[in-house]
Every structure is written in C-alpha cells, then in structure tokens.
Design a protein around this ligand. Structure first.
Ligand code: SF4
Length: 339
C-alpha cells in the first residue's frame, strides 16, 4: 500500500538505547529508524541479541536501569515520547509479551485484571466494566466468557492465557499493539490460532501492530513491511513480498534460507554459523562481517549505511553500493522503512 504523504502513527528516528555496566557500554539499539502507519503491521525480525526486544521496550518507555534511551526520537502521533513523556500516550500503546503467565497477576481473576485496565484507560467501572471484559474475552475467542471472566490465570491453558493477555492489552484501547514474540511459547497449532486472531482484531479494531519475532515464517504470515535487525542496527527494510522475493543483505538471505520448506527435502536446513556480537563500540565496520560468506576487504574497514536497492527497499551492505537506479514512478525509499 502506498502511504506516501500519510503521517506515521509511530516514527522512530536514530534511536540509541544503551546499557551502562561497570565494564562496558552495550549499544543494544544503535541508530534505529522506522515508521509504523495507522492500520499497518510492521515486523522487526532478528536472532536473539539483535536488539529487537530492547527496541520494543524503548518504544513503550519500559527500559530500566542500567539501560537508558540515550539519543534519538520516538514520536507518537507527532508527540515526542522520549524524555519521560510516555504517560500522555500510556493507553495508546500496549504490549503483548512472549510469556502470558508473567503478564498476569496470579492472585486476581482474569476479569479483575481486564476491569482494572478498563478503569484506568477507559474510565469504565461496575457492570459496564464487567460487560466490556466479557465482550473482550469473547472478541479474543474465549468460549463461555461470562463464566470464565471469574477464573484465575492458572485455570486457563497457555493459548487461552495469551488470548486473555491480548484482551487485557485491548482494554487499554490502543492504536498501536506491540507484540514481542507473542507466540514463541506456544505450540504450532495454538500459534497459528493466535496469529489469525491478531489479524482479525487488526481489521476489527483498526489497530497498527509492531510484530517482534525471530521467526521469518511468522513475519511472512503477519506483516506488511519488515525491518531486519542485527547487532543493534536495521540492516534491511522492505515490503514483505519484496523482501522474500529479492532479499539483498546476506544476513536476510541466511534467515530466509533457514525457514523450513524453502530448502530441498533431502538437504539439511542451513544455519548462520556463529552468534550475534554484542555491540560495545561505535561501528567502524560491518558488524556481520565475521559471519558473512560474501565479505571482502572493505567490510572490515567501512560501516555500511543504508542504500536504496529497489523501490521502497534499502539494505546496509557494501555489496549494493550504487547498484540501483530508481526509475520514473518508483516510490524510492519511502515512508515506513528504515531511514
Ligand atoms: S557489508 Fe560485507 S560483510 Fe557486511 S553484509 Fe555486506 S558483504 Fe557481508
């Protein structure tokens, strides 16, 4: 969808979130920029340690010491959130974490917890709050919701608990739902159900979703646009179809090759050797160089910036410098992507 000219709901620009320890400073998010537009689903994908969850927490104002959002801008509906201004938009952004059991308080009923969110964010109380809690549980597919609203989290299965957590998030009446690995703790069948549910809710509630995951298969199913993250940086951004048809960054190609079903049946699933490095210094080279099968001399000396590699598609890799000449009518590196 061409969103040229539309104002983004969320605009993240040159975000830097660091963790100061006695020994070193970890640059967990190091110059990340991207937009999310109303009603859009944007993905951030990368291995564990890439900085994607720290990006999500930074956006929600959930970074705790020794971490700090040190520089950059996070604007929601044009309002700057950094510098302690999250409270003005507290209910407009909600998050669903990976593990539903840690997202709920075991000593309160599910209904109590949803009603508390309704009281804080929508000023609903009493019968109206109870009715809305039941409606939300029904909306997320909990059967027999009028009875189950009075049950405790331990009485719900893992999949049902994650549905209840999504209902709690919706009770905030958010415009942007940040989903941080929301299906990773669930088995494959339940995972598919939760992804379908999020898609339905997005259409019904007119939500924008920022989807954080390590799983390219989940990204393919859920997102309109994807940002591939590695060692604190976005290394490639594109609309989902373009990324899967024509990945440009060697790291993206490695992630795609590791999706089951994309390799011939008798071949072993390829993996990317090595681990994501922890960025502690300002980048002066490509952070992927040690693991990259296509690296060459300059990769050890030059930190690649983003270059346009196709319409609305950019990658931070020296292989693609000056490769793409935009044609008349191309929308270039337009809104929604890493900037
Ligand atoms: S800049 Fe070099 S090392 Fe980095 S991804 Fe591109 S080819 Fe590989």
């Amino acid at each position: 969808m061409d969103r040229t000219g539309e104002d983004p709901l969320l605009a993240v620009e040159d975000l830097q979130t660091v963790f100061h320890t006695d020994k070193e400073t970890i640059r967990a998010v190091d110059g990340v920029s991207f937009d999310v537009h109303p009603g859009e689903t944007v993905g951030i994908v990368g291995e564990s340690g890439s900085g994607k969850s720290v990006t999500a927490r930074s956006i929600l104002g959930l970074i705790e010491e020794p971490g700090v959002v040190e520089a950059g801008s996070i604007r929601f509906r044009g309002d700057e959130l950094t510098g302690g201004n999250w409270d003005a938009h507290r209910g407009d952004l909600a998050i669903v974490f990976q593990d539903p059991i840690n997202s709920m308080n075991p000593v309160y009923t599910v209904g109590n917890q949803i009603r508390e969110a309704l009281r804080i964010h929508q000023d609903l109380r009493g019968t109206a709050a109870r009715e809305e809690a039941v409606r939300l549980l029904e909306a997320v597919g909990i059967p027999d919701a009028p009875r189950r609203v009075d049950e405790y989290p331990h009485q719900f299965s893992g999949g049902m608990r994650q549905r209840a957590v999504i209902a709690m998030a919706l009770a905030c009446d958010p415009d942007l739902l940040v989903c941080d690995e929301p299906t990773t703790a669930l088995d494959v069948t339940i995972q598919a159900q939760i992804l379908d549910l999020l898609e339905e809710l997005q259409a019904e509630e007119d939500l924008a979703i920022l989807f954080i995951t390590h799983d390219m298969g989940v990204i393919e199913e859920t997102t309109d646009r994807v940002n591939v993250m590695y060692a604190g940086e976005i290394v490639e951004t594109a609309p989902i179809d373009r990324l899967f048809e024509s990945p440009k960054h060697p790291y993206t190609r490695g992630l795609l090759a590791s999706i089951p079903g994309r390799t011939a049946r008798d071949e072993r699933l390829p993996t990317i050797e090595g681990e994501v490095p922890t960025p502690t210094e300002e980048a002066t080279a490509c952070r992927f160089a040690d693991r990259c099968a296509e690296s060459f001399d300059a990769c050890e000396r030059v930190h690649p910036g983003h270059v346009t590699v196709g319409p609305d598609h950019s990658a931070a890799c020296l292989l693609h410098e000056q490769e793409y000449e935009p044609e008349l009518g191309d929308d270039g590196d337009g809104p929604g992507g890493a900037r």
